[in-house]
Write a protein that binds this ligand. Structure first.
Ligand code: ZN
Length: 440
């Protein structure tokens, strides 16, 4: 089975894997993604350069449970000109300036008439907010509150050169086939425009995970889903309902590139294997993932954990959804996401996959007392002196290797990183002190 993929992928080279993930996020950042449209297709084209992505086009009007695929949205530009004719807001400078799904408009309005269509953040007066109106026909502009306050009285020319038409919703899916006939779903949204943490980071990290798995033999089949939030996930669920029974584990990635967290949100039932694995993860400095309970708010884990599906799918993020001040503003830019954080996120997902792939049930072949570890050179093999942590990992594995405990059970009981327990068990196996009873 798979051996510590993250370490294999991250062989020393002139650029770190974190830098390469950041570079991919930077290519995605300028594109004008929404729940439909060319920005999604262009993003999938870029992701498709490194993984084999199947693109699905679902026509406007298609129903998915209680929802219907909306008209496709396209936009060429949008601006506001002040009473002197000066362009003061321009889509060409930031795609956040036009509210997502804005209807076309070309009009001249007084400041009073224009104001209901202007969105700002009075508490963060230098930032442009991110707003959408997918399911209510409207148009609007987003701008810095400081600029809004400086608007003089007079007539403003507004123009949004957009189209709403019977088109398609687009999503991409990559498949890595495993040997067991059981599936793991890994998903991230692809519907936010120039927002780096809340979209580009997840797209980039998940693409690197899919690329890293490409050459591996795995127990599970991995489905990588890049779909617009909510409607995209629901469309995918409705088209794959027969196959959902095969999904044993899953993870939604979002906001995975900033310096907070990491945070893992549990599945609805809170005791899924993926929940237990997340609790046994450690960062390089030994730090744990912060674990939070399920809430029916956030990203597409909401849909996957709906009562009609109850899929065992948790959610991994760095700072918690909506709690960082840059969230849904122009400050969620490429400086806000860092290579080292995305590399740590990538490693964490790969470690979680390692735990899914290499959880097994050991049986102690020397159960009468403790076998003598020192004379077998085991402490040196574990990479160091006879320190307490290493010794404890051996002792816990030997003690709980009664045929009733998996490595994950042991990691939980010992309150240790899964990777430490796994490594100790591998060494004990190599030295003939354990046998491998079965996969868990
Ligand atoms: Zn968002």
């Amino acid at each position: 089975m798979m051996q510590h993929v993250a370490r294999v992928v991250a062989q020393p080279s002139s650029t770190t894997i974190g830098q390469r993930i950041h570079a991919l996020a930077a290519r995605l950042y300028p594109l004008n993604r929404s729940i439909t449209g060319e920005g999604v297709r262009q993003s999938l084209d870029i992701l498709g350069e490194s993984i084999h992505l199947e693109r699905h086009e679902v026509p406007t009007g298609t129903t998915a449970f209680d929802w219907t695929v909306p008209k496709e949205w396209g936009i060429r530009g949008g601006f506001i000109k002040d009473p002197s004719g000066r362009t003061i807001v321009d889509f060409a400078h930031s795609n956040l300036h036009v509210m997502g799904y804005s209807m076309p408009v070309h009009d001249t309005l007084s400041l009073e008439a224009l104001k209901p269509h202007l969105h700002t953040l009075p508490e963060q007066p230098d930032l442009i907010p991110y707003r959408t109106s997918y399911y209510t026909e409207d148009w609007g502009f987003c701008l810095a509150h400081r600029d809004f306050l400086a608007l003089p009285e007079g007539d403003y020319e507004v123009r949004i050169d957009s189209v709403l038409f019977d088109g398609h919703l687009t999503y991409g899916e990559a498949l890595h086939r495993g040997e067991s006939g059981r599936d793991v779903l890994l998903s991230t949204h692809i519907c936010h425009p120039s927002l780096a943490n809340d979209n580009c980071a997840g797209l980039a990290v998940l693409t690197f995970v899919a690329a890293a798995l490409k050459e591996r033999r795995t127990r599970y089949t991995y489905r990588f889903l890049f779909a617009p939030g909510t409607i995209g996930a629901l469309v995918w669920l409705s088209r794959n309902e027969q196959a959902l029974e095969r999904i044993d584990h899953g993870l939604v990635l979002a906001c995975i590139g900033d310096n907070g967290g990491p945070t893992y949100k549990k599945t609805r039932n809170g005791h899924a294997t993926i929940d237990r694995i997340a609790a046994c993860m450690r960062l390089d400095d030994g730090k744990r993932i912060e674990i939070t309970d399920f809430t029916p708010y956030g990203y597409d884990e909401r849909q996957f954990n709906a009562p009609g599906f109850q899929l065992p799918i948790g959610q991994l993020q760095r700072s918690r959804h909506g709690t960082f001040p840059e969230y849904h503003t122009s400050a969620d830019n490429l400086d806000f996401i860092r290579p080292e954080h995305m590399e740590a996120s990538f490693r964490m997902v790969m470690d979680m996959i390692d735990a899914l792939e290499s959880n097994w049930v050991p049986l102690n072949l020397y159960p009468k007392g403790e076998p003598q570890l020192g004379r077998r050179g085991l402490y040196a093999a574990m990479g160091g002196q006879k320190d307490a942590g290493v010794a404890m990992a051996f002792l816990w594995v030997l003690n709980l290797a009664d045929g009733d405990h998996s490595l994950l059970d042991i990691a939980e009981r010992a309150d240790m990183a899964f990777s430490t327990v796994e490594r100790a068990a591998d060494l004990l196996l190599q030295h003939g002190l354990l046998s491998r009873l079965c996969d868990a």
